[in-house]
Design a protein around this ligand. Structure first.
Ligand code: NAD
Length: 479
């Protein structure tokens, strides 16, 4: 049984939840304690008590703990990658890559703990000194989704601790194993009791307590738009600072002058890999007339070779969907697209079992052609391996279509034209832009986030993370 970490102690929950392997639903990854509202409140109390001492800890102390945690995560990448692939369903190479990312994030923020500085500014008044410094926010609540079970907890926990905050984290119910591993590693790395509290459990119960408790000074959330809106309302009602990373309907534009192989491989990767379960996945391919038919033919040909199988099997390109609900949602969107008049080019059907006959939540990636911007398939996030192609007359129309969405997380363009690449980087309404690269797959040391309906508040990751996890103080001293 994997327990919750509250005030430096491993404690049983009010209930137990079974973590199921989506590649083989007979396989139970482990039994995990589920906290209730009372335990979530205890975790907040423990964090509140630990906060002041941690806020005054030396940068060296924070560096040592974060650096040790990063080193252990990197050293255990094969084992933690296997756990991640088993609980979430991304392929083993993808899962190991995510673990390495998490390890590097801890190493990066270990260094950032040493670099938190301020400014000494000349005053406009004679005989006065001005200092601008950054202080911790206090207790922060972190709420994470299931699709990056280790990287997202890492990219919230590491900067929160580096900046001197105490943390209560509630990971997604479907994938508690990877977040539990981070809590265990940090606990053993010498983090003082109560500085990091792990409360696994339901969003509506444990998450809601974090939103409502006045002692939680800031909430960092990644997940769906619907939950994000609920979080925004709860935080505004009590004036808590918050940051939201939510959905996407990310466009990738393919121009006539694109290198066809580059465009197809970027579209396959960002549309279908990780089973399309990435907020940065390209789900809208906007393709200009001159290359449209060749592009679709090449995509269909390459899709035939994609192997959908057990996430941990060698040679698997696409693992299962995370659970039965998400699979049902994906298949519903396939049906919606067909009903709206889109042409199914390939895939879209569920597969009951893997190549060993084990039951799991598998589906063949789906590609739709002849879709138009108003269709639901082009407006709503599916969060599965379902991609649609929109035909565009020229670059200008393609750019307008790319921006015709409520979302604005990531956007890509495949082109050999410097003119169009430069224009697109400047004018696409997204937080991240990729030229001749998949829209998913980003570095760990630079800002991550979007605009419009995709994100709210300061960026995550890189040096910019400090904007959220610190508050600025301006001090005046008579000289
Ligand atoms: P979700 O919104 O269902 O859940 C996210 C987290 O919120 C979970 O831990 C959940 O338990 C918790 N939660 C649910 N109800 C709550 C409540 N009332 N109060 C407090 N917490 C509550 O999202 P999900 O299905 O886990 O994740 C998929 C979504 O996440 C997709 O929309 C995807 O685009 C998005 N996502 C965004 C990014 C990004 O950085 N933009 C990254 C990954 C995933």
């Amino acid at each position: 049984m994997f327990k919750n970490l509250i005030g430096g102690e491993w404690v049983e929950g009010a209930r137990v939840s079974r973590n199921i392997n989506p590649s083989d639903t007979r396989d139970v990854v482990g039994e995990f304690a589920q906290a209730d509202a009372a335990q979530a409140t205890q975790a907040i109390a423990a964090a509140t008590q630990a906060q002041s001492a941690w806020g005054l800890s030396t940068p060296q102390q924070r560096f040592d703990i974060l650096d040790a945690a990063g080193a252990e995560i990197l050293a255990r990448k094969a084992e933690l990658g296997d756990l991640l692939a088993r609980e979430e369903g991304k392929t083993l190479p993808e899962a190991i890559g995510e673990v390495v990312r998490a390890g590097n994030i801890f190493k990066f923020f270990a260094g950032e703990a040493l670099r938190i500085g301020g400014e000494v500014v000349p005053s406009v008044r004679p005989g006065v000194g001005v200092e601008v410094t950054r202080e911790p926010m206090g207790v922060v609540g972190l709420i994470t989704p299931w699709n990056f079970p280790i990287a997202i907890p890492a990219w919230k926990i590491a900067p929160a601790l580096a900046c001197g905050n105490a943390v209560v984290i509630k990971p997604a119910d479907l994938v508690p194993g990877s977040a539990w591993a981070i809590a265990d590693i940090l606990h053993r790395a010498g983090l003082p009791a109560g500085v990091l509290n792990l409360v696994m459990g339901r969003g509506s119960e444990v998450g809601q307590v974090l939103l409502n408790d006045k002692r939680v000074n800031a909430i960092s959330f990644t997940g769906s738009v619907a939950t994000g809106q609920r979080i925004a309302q709860a935080c505004i009602a009590r004036m808590a600072k918050f940051q939201l990373e939510m959905g996407g309907k990310n466009p990738m534009v393919v121009l006539d002058d694109a290198d066809l192989d580059v465009a197809v491989s970027a579209a396959l990767n960002s549309g279908f890999f990780s089973t399309g379960q990435r907020c940065t996945a390209s789900s809208r391919l906007i393709v200009t007339e001159g290359i449209h038919d060749r592009f679709i033919a090449a995509m269909a040909e390459k899709m035939k070779a994609l192997k959908v199988d057990d996430a941990r099997k060698k040679g698997t390109d696409i693992g299962p969907v995370v659970d039965d609900k998400q699979l049902a949602q994906n298949l519903e969107y396939v049906a919606i697209a067909k009903a709206e008049g889109a042409r199914l080019v390939a895939g879209g059907e569920a597969i009951d079992s893997n190549s060993d006959g084990a039951p799991g939540y598998y589906m063949r990636p789906a590609l739709f052609a002849e879709t138009t911007a108003p269709m639901r398939i082009n407006r709503e996030e599916v969060f599965g391996p379902v991609v649609s192609v929109i035909r565009a007359k020229n670059y200008e129309e393609a750019l307008a279509l790319a921006n015709d969405t409520e979302f604005g997380l990531s956007a890509g363009i495949a082109t050999t034209s410097l003119k169009y690449a430069t224009h697109f980087k400047r004018h696409v309404q997204a937080g991240m832009v990729m030229v001749n690269l998949p829209t998913a797959g980003v570095d760990y040391h630079v800002p991550f986030g979007g605009r419009k309906g995709s994100s709210y508040g300061p960026r995550e990751q890189g040096r910019y993370a400090a904007e959220f996890y610190t508050t600025v103080k301006t001090a005046y001293t008579a000289a």
